[in-house]
Design a protein around this ligand. Sequence first.
Ligand code: BGC
Length: 746
Amino acid sequence: MIRFVPYVLLFCSTAFGQSAKKPAYQRSEVKTEDRVADLLKRMTVEEKAGQLNQWAGDLNTGPASGNADWQYKLEAIRNGKVGSMLNVVGAAKTRQVQEAALKSRLGIPLLFGYDVIHGYKTIFPIPLAEACSWDLQQIERNHIVAADETSSAGVHWTFGPMCDISADPRWGRVMEGAGEDPWLGAQLAAARVKGFQGNLDNKHILACIKHFAAYGAVEAGKEYAYTDLSREALWNKYLPPYKAAIDAGAASVMNGFNIFEGIPVTGNKYLVTDVLKNKWNFKGFVVSDWNSIGEMVNWGYATDNKDAAFKALSAGSMMDMETNAIVKFLPELVKEGKITMKQVDDAVGRILYYKFKLGLFDDPFAYCNEEREQATLFNTANRKQALEAAKRSVVLLKNENKVLPLKKDGRKLALIGLYATDKAHMFDFWKGQGNPADAVSLQEGMSAAFGASNISYSAGYTANSNTVDQALITEAVEKARAADAVVVNIGLSGELAGEDRALANTAIPANQVELLKALRTTGKPVIAVVSAGRPLILTGITDLCDAILYSWILGTESGNAIAQVLTGEYNPSGKTVMSFPKATGQIPVYYNYFKTGRPSPTDGNGNWYSRYRDVDNHPLYPFGFGLSYSHFTYSKLVLSDSTMNKTGTLHVRVIITNDGEYDGEEVAQLYINDVTASIIRPVKELKGFRKILLKKGESKVVEFEITAKELSFFDGAGNSVLEPGRFEVFVGGNSRDVLKEGFRLK
Ligand code: BGC
């Protein structure tokens, strides 16, 4: 091999002229892996530590680390002490900061990261709402738009999708995820990664799945709290979405703030090395969460930041977001023989690989084009996508006496609710660069749809308060009396959704309940539009409203989307991906709960079974539930056989009829029950769905396939297990109202 080198160099110098004088890592024609290897050979351990260091720029999305001002940061960047910046955005700003990085000894470009949780400038529905559309193509398109906007603003990498499964609406971060179901979570995670990353050109961004792993299991929904779960739960309930995201090509993974088996996940070798790197063969890189390396000291798992850096790196974690520990202590740890250069090169090499892959060494400013940025951000096409996404995310929970849709016939509508006009409440913390002033409020959307002169507005309540303001209620009631129908926007301000927004009480605030009671006395139809980043407890209000439209947090086009649903221009098709609890004490309540030795007797009259004495076992609205203005009837569920071989395929057919008065879309859902297994299995598990359009009066045969994949589960060692025996198959329009059949796996 060595004897070839002069010939190779000779060939290069003639074939590539001047470029041969450049080191291999600077030459675009060299294979990426070889460029990485060449660069690693040239780097000092301090420079390698710098590549593992990530600092925040203009915005703190966690407790401030005490890093000094921009001059200090730019100086450190020029000295090769920073490999990535988060929260630096805009083509001009990122260009300016990138210029500093190019002045470092080896000119290694920075990677810019930013949380694009539901859009960059054009804000889409929160991920939880978007998931309720069950529309994977739409969701992928939403992420393509978000990636286009983000990349046009100089950013290469986003911290999403969030893949944490949770059935606990007390946890403020359920808004960032895909709900309570691991199978659906996996489909959504893959669609989101594909949309973000595309083919990794400069219109796309790197994805970062988070928070690895099982952050959604956080105790009692309390942020930054302990998590305690078995390996069986880890593999079957929590890991599937992360795995699907990795299979879809996700470039990076973020550690969580939580614990697994008594060890912070940031320093957890089982999760990061054994599962992620070895079992799943993950080739991308791992970034800590904000100071999650340093927080291992607070957890009492590391003595100081040096020990924390050692434990994180030893576990296989790589980039350090905002602790400053790796950049500071890695050279010492290497010198002391605690961390090997092989470990360092593995971590740094993975990060460099993606910098090469994005083309940053060849054109560090490929994402810094201000003209493109201006033409892309919040353009008409992007807003149109956001509207499509938003109307598909709305879930109709109740529609008594077909009070909806509302005809546009000049009828007078009272629009009540602070959130319907006050845009400050429309968005959550993760609004990216979205500007509330640019968003369409419900009042604006309804005025455009019904005519401003037909809408009379009154606030009705003050934000996020239980204190009843009688004067506001009286005014609202007057407006209601003078109208033909009342649309009342209740719920929680967007401010209360997201990180560090855990709530012990997730009911509708008392002042809004009093408002509804007063509106009820008018005898006018009351249509509640509920805004929130989580399923709230609606038990006290269902009887006070004729219709309930759950609008979550819908983003920029919120008002237009809700108006289109109210008028029937769009027939709602969303189905909730989290069960709605009847009471706080029921939480977590989820459709795929485990079997019990004492199940509820079907007639409900027995004793000694698993239940509460004061509230029944069922959620108010089950997973998968959502009404349409049409009505769908399921009939003739047929399986292709009563037995199936392990290598076979079972076909499941059902007829769905639209026997309502409108054309509409339905999400048909397939569930299975593994009747007897070597570990306790859930009573039902989602394994398929089809979203179909049925014209008024139309019937369609909908078909699903069941193979070994749908019937397998994981043992605690993470092995896929397929066990013969009896299975039940359910098909329906939600997880509760289903037709049932059965077969035996041989
Ligand atoms: C959050 C992450 C986020 C990071 C960077 C943390 O506080 O937990 O989800 O990506 O901040 O903003």
